[in-house]
Design a protein around this ligand. Structure first.
Ligand code: TXD
Length: 319
């Protein structure tokens, strides 16, 4: 069986971390692509030199030419600019929309059969635009945010309950912005609902509310600390989990930005919902029942995504 090919569009902080993880996990050969000359080549060389120490033999190459992503099985897109302190994710819209156009056309011309995971912010609008520009089937283009947001939520909950993070399962739905919706009803510790843990004295509703808020601004907290960019280790890990579910047909149930066609009362938008990822890409969108409060919060989040799409369409008339 031929080796799988993983193409990473954007060789910045997340792109480099993705390449490292993909090599360590033996996902396949790796192409790092960037518009900046030298950076993808330099990172590819550096990463290749991990091989003798770690014992991996993935071929890692850097490129500034889309032709080199030809035939990729999985493409993970981080190309664009990241947030600096004081910037919202939406401030990135105009710049990153142009980048999505170039990337979408590059994918369409060279790797139209790939499973594409978009990470670039503002996520829900960029994954929608990337799908439009690439023309790939909606089932083959997804956005990564929910796995990361849920990981942040789980981390904070594990700290609060003082339990292993392995036993915490949490869910964040909606757009990847300040209106994201951490869903407490589906968040558990080994199946024990958070509300039961509160009743047992593990925490209080007020403290959990504060954790929900901290999760919502989890990306901004890291931007504020780093000052020169945004989070990259956990975003990369999260996208790799999605790639593995596709490559190994794991059929994992993961929250991700998927194209909705009526589910949750939403049509023709990408919004974070639970999906099943397998060999066919997005194999199923799971429609969970939500409390009235969660429904209201989701509607606010969906409206925020809609506004971004209006802005995208105003910037690029072809959308
Ligand atoms: O949950 C999530 N989805 C996110 C998203 C979590 C964290 C960060 N998130 C977003 O990912 C962030 O707001 C950015 O939009 C992307 C990438 O973040 P990263 O930290 O990797 O940004 P870098 O280090 O600035 O890298 C971006 C690279 C850089 O090397 C540029 O030269 C390159 O993108 N770039 C391009 N590559 C290819 N093609 C084009 N046109 C291009 N323009 C810039």
């Amino acid at each position: 069986m031929a080796r799988k090919k993983i193409a990473l569009i954007g060789a910045g902080n997340i792109g480099g971390t993705l390449a490292h993880l993909a090599a360590l996990k033996g996902l396949g050969d790796i192409v790092l692509f960037d518009v900046v000359e030298g950076v993808p080549q330099g990172k590819a060389l550096d990463l290749s030199q991990c091989g003798p120490v770690e014992g991996f033999d993935a071929r890692i190459t850097g490129s500034n030419d889309y032709a080199d992503i030809a035939g990729a099985d999985v493409i993970i897109v981080t190309a664009g600019v990241a947030r600096k302190p004081g910037m919202s994710r939406d401030d990135l819209l105009g710049i990153n929309l142009k980048v999505m156009k170039a990337v979408g056309e590059g994918i369409a011309a060279n790797a139209p059969d790939a499973f594409v995971i978009c990470i670039t912010n503002p996520l829900d609008a960029m994954v929608w635009a990337l799908r439009e520009f690439s023309g790939l089937p909606h089932t083959k283009v997804v956005g990564m945010a929910g796995v990361l947001d849920s990981a942040r939520f789980s981390h904070f909950l594990a700290e609060e309950f003082q339990v292993s993070v392995k036993d915490v399962n949490s869910f964040v739905l909606g757009g990847h912005g300040d209106t994201m919706v951490p869903v407490l009803e589906y968040s558990t510790v080994s199946g024990i609902p958070v509300s039961d843990l509160i009743a047992m004295g593990f925490s209080t509703r007020e403290r959990i509310d504060a954790i929900v808020q901290r999760t919502r601004s989890g990306g901004g907290e890291i931007v504020g600390l780093l000052k020169t960019g945004s989070a990259f280790y956990a975003p990369a890990t999260s996208a790799i989990a999605m790639a593995e579910s596709y490559l190994y047909d794991k059929k994992r149930v993961l929250p991700a930005a998927a194209h909705l066609t009526g589910q949750y009362g939403v049509d023709d938008l990408y919004v974070g919902v639970p999906i099943i990822i397998g060999k066919d890409g997005v194999e199923k969108i799971i429609e969970i029942s939500l409390t009235d409060e969660a429904k209201t919060n989701l509607a606010v989040s969906v409206d925020a995504v809609k506004e971004l799409l209006v802005a995208c369409k105003a910037i690029d008339g072809s959308l």
